[in-house]
Design a protein around this ligand. Structure first.
Ligand code: 4NP
Length: 165
């Protein structure tokens, strides 16, 4: 029989600035696990490898596009810290550059093994698929990020539930 309060599954989504992609992934995944009745099992956060936007709310374009889908992005940007490699079970990188930077920052091998490309969990996504950075593009890019995050979040939740029951 499973324990009453199994340890939480700790997930941190990571991009470059922590104002577009990873806050979107965080909010989409939070909504998904809430809708599926699994919210209490998860600790969910996001961070950026860069420090330019620390303390800021997410990009208004990300927040507006998400809100149209009922996704509330409320996080403030923070930079990845070495303690995150102990504080989280999964560090989910939005692109291969974020992934490489996380692997380089990891203070130990178990922490390095917690780094994955977010889209590696998306059903049917090709190897190495990335969440494209929408920051310098038009509104379409923010919609695409939401679509991708939804698919990858569903694949990731399926994966975790298969692993952890
Ligand atoms: P994000 O997008 O990594 O998805 O948050 C970016 C946000 C800001 C910058 C780059 C990417 N920037 O260079 O300031």
């Amino acid at each position: 029989m499973p324990a009453e309060n199994p340890s939480p599954i700790r997930v941190c989504f990571v991009c470059l600035g922590n104002i577009c992609r990873s806050p979107t992934a965080e909010a989409v995944f939070t909504k998904l696990v809430t809708e599926r009745g699994h919210a209490a099992r998860f600790t969910i956060d996001s961070a950026g490898t860069g420090d330019w936007h620390v303390g800021e709310l997410a990009d208004p374009r990300s927040r507006a596009a998400a809100l149209k889908r009922g996704v509330h992005i409320t996080s403030r940007a923070r930079q990845v810290h070495v303690r995150d490699f102990d504080a989280f079970d999964y560090l989910l990188a939005m692109d291969r550059s974020n992934e490489a930077n996380l692997r380089r920052l990891a203070p130990h091998d178990p922490g390095r093994a917690r780094v994955h490309l977010f889209r590696s969990f998306e059903a049917g996504a090709p190897d190495g698929a990335e969440v494209p950075d929408p920051y310098y593009g038009g509104d379409d890019g923010f919609e695409e990020v939401l679509d991708i995050c939804q698919r990858a979040a569903e694949g990731f939740l399926d994966h975790v539930l298969r692993q952890r029951g």
